[in-house]
Write a new protein. Structure first.
Length: 96
């Protein structure tokens, strides 16, 4: 990912559920703030470390890792729903 779009993309992801904010972010010129963002970023992590770690997120291994987590999480949703339902039922029974 380009560092010139990293800040904007990160903010867009954080505020994806707020159309007003994402609309405002789309309209902003990030040129000046990107310079400060890079200075702040690289004062906390070396450029070499940043790019080494950033490359992991675009690797085939990371995609398999993400898919494994996502699909394993989806696979247990029914189990989780049953546990939650049981817990809620128990809690209602205690209140009466």
């Amino acid at each position: 990912m380009s560092l010139d779009t990293l800040l904007k993309n990160t903010l867009m992801h954080l505020y994806y559920d707020s159309p007003e904010v994402t609309s405002a972010l789309q309209a902003i010129d990030f040129t000046k703030v990107n310079r400060k963002f890079k200075e702040e970023l690289f004062s906390r992590i070396s450029e070499e470390d940043f790019y080494k770690i950033d490359a992991i997120f675009y690797s085939e291994e990371y995609l398999r890792y993400r898919d494994a987590l996502d699909f394993a999480s989806m696979a247990v949703t029914v189990d989780l729903a049953e546990i939650i339902e049981f817990t809620l039922t128990q809690n209602k029974g205690e209140k009466h």
